[in-house]
Design a protein. Structure first.
Length: 402
């Protein structure tokens, strides 16, 4: 059984965690009532771990669009766009994304993970050099493995470290690919994009920004961090997903480089996998329209995010560095993390459990994600549940209560 021996340590670690009757690895959401409410076993919960930033998963227009598409286009495309052809709706969505981002072109992928693999893994090959923020998402690391460039990690959110590393490269710096994220998925903090753009302007390189968690969340029109900071012209490629604020599944890349169209003939994660289901594309098109038409959703989201961040900070929890729709609550050992997360469900709140190595710093955390669809009362309920947990997990707030 040598093939499976490599999983032994993983199996032991997981077994140790579930010994006490807790099983965080097989969570079953038994019912979904709305973007913000569901049932897990006997517990009715407020959903605060969904990435459903604008709450559009139950938007009537998006549901209607998906239903119509199911009726007229069927349940799936049953193949890749290269082999089976693109549906008109794939192309229409690409045109709408290009228009929304004010870019020359857009390319749709089957997931955000595949968008990163398909763009980064194709553009960055052997002999190329990628400089990436150390906290970049797994899909960016996997994309580098696929393409095989040399990679240099710079310290998280440290433009000076990026600059130092680029200066060492001399002439080579001109052609590097720099990759950062708009909002980081675990800590909820934003890239110092102005400073990074400044380094790029002086030393060169191409800048790719994964705006998976910031599209619909940041910027006057919801185009993400680059819009928020007024540096869109300096970003070569924006990568994103349909699985968060747009409430469905799929991914995309937009760019002003005309050569991007050539990726359709070279990108294996685009060519060798089935294209997104037409109903998913239809709901994304409707959600994109709603996102553009209703900027107040973004305001609700931020008002909820600030309310939750302040409420949890006032309780003495250790949080991420800034108020954000992604709010990590830092805990201790994996065992404490699992117990905390489980108890929170019993108190009516569902969040994401993140264990090392997925969490930074070797400590467990629970990750809250806020939605525009949360009512202020639901945010209060979340805060109340965290309050109720303080006497049960005193270490989580030790030395932090003001
Ligand atoms: N990039 C980042 C920064 C992400 O957080 C994620 C998903 N959590 C992805 C890409 C992948 O997106 P998808 O779920 O659409 O595959």
């Amino acid at each position: 059984m040598a093939l499976f021996d490599k999983f032994e340590k993983l199996a032991q670690d997981r077994a140790a965690l579930v010994q006490s009757g807790l099983n965080p690895f097989g969570t079953r959401i038994d019912e979904i009532f709305s973007p913000t409410e569901g049932r897990i076993g006997d517990f009715k919960v407020v959903l605060a771990g969904t990435n459903n930033y604008l709450g559009l998963t139950f938007d009537p227009e998006s549901i209607k669009a998906a239903q119509l598409s199911l009726k007229h286009e069927g349940t799936g495309t049953t193949g890749s766009r290269m082999a089976n052809g693109s549906y008109g709706s794939h192309m229409a969505l690409e045109a709408e994304l290009a228009d929304f981002f004010q870019r020359r072109s857009a390319m749709v992928f089957s997931t955000g993970y595949l968008a990163n693999l398909g763009v980064i893994g194709t553009l960055a090959g052997p002999g190329d050099l990628v400089l990436l923020d150390a906290d970049c998402h797994a899909s960016i690391y996997d994309a580098c493995k696929l393409g095989g460039p040399e990679i240099i990690r710079f310290r998280h959110n440290d433009a000076a470290d990026l600059e130092r590393r680029m200066l060492r490269l001399g002439e080579r710096a001109r052609d590097v690919i720099i990759i950062v994220e708009g909002i980081y998925s675990m800590l909820g903090d934003q890239a110092p994009l102005k400073e990074i753009v400044d380094v790029k302007r002086r030393l060169g390189g191409y800048l790719l920004v994964d705006e998976a968690h910031s599209v619909g969340v940041l910027g006057a029109h919801g185009r993400g961090l680059a819009e928020e900071l007024g540096v869109e012209a300096d970003v070569d490629i924006v990568l994103g997903t349909f699985s968060k604020s747009l409430g469905a599944i799929g991914g995309f890349a937009v760019s002003h480089h005309p050569e991007m169209d050539l990726l359709r003939y070279a990108s294996r994660p685009y060519i060798f996998t089935a294209s997104p289901s037409p109903s998913s594309i239809a709901s994304v098109r409707a959600s994109l329209k709603t996102m553009r038409a209703r900027p107040e959703l973004r305001e609700h989201l931020w008002s909820n995010a600030r309310q939750l961040y302040k409420g949890l900070a006032d309780l003495g929890y250790r949080l991420g560095p800034q108020a954000s729709p992604v709010i990590p609550v830092m805990l201790g050992s994996p065992q404490e993390g699992v117990a905390f997360w489980q108890t929170l469900i019993e108190h009516g709140v569902y969040v994401n459990l993140v264990l090392p190595p997925a969490s930074p710093g070797g400590q467990a955390l629970v990750r809250c994600s806020v939605s525009a669809a949360h009512t202020p009362e639901q945010i209060d309920r979340i805060i109340r549940a965290f309050d109720e947990l303080r006497p049960i997990f005193p270490a989580a707030v030790a030395g932090n209560q003001g």
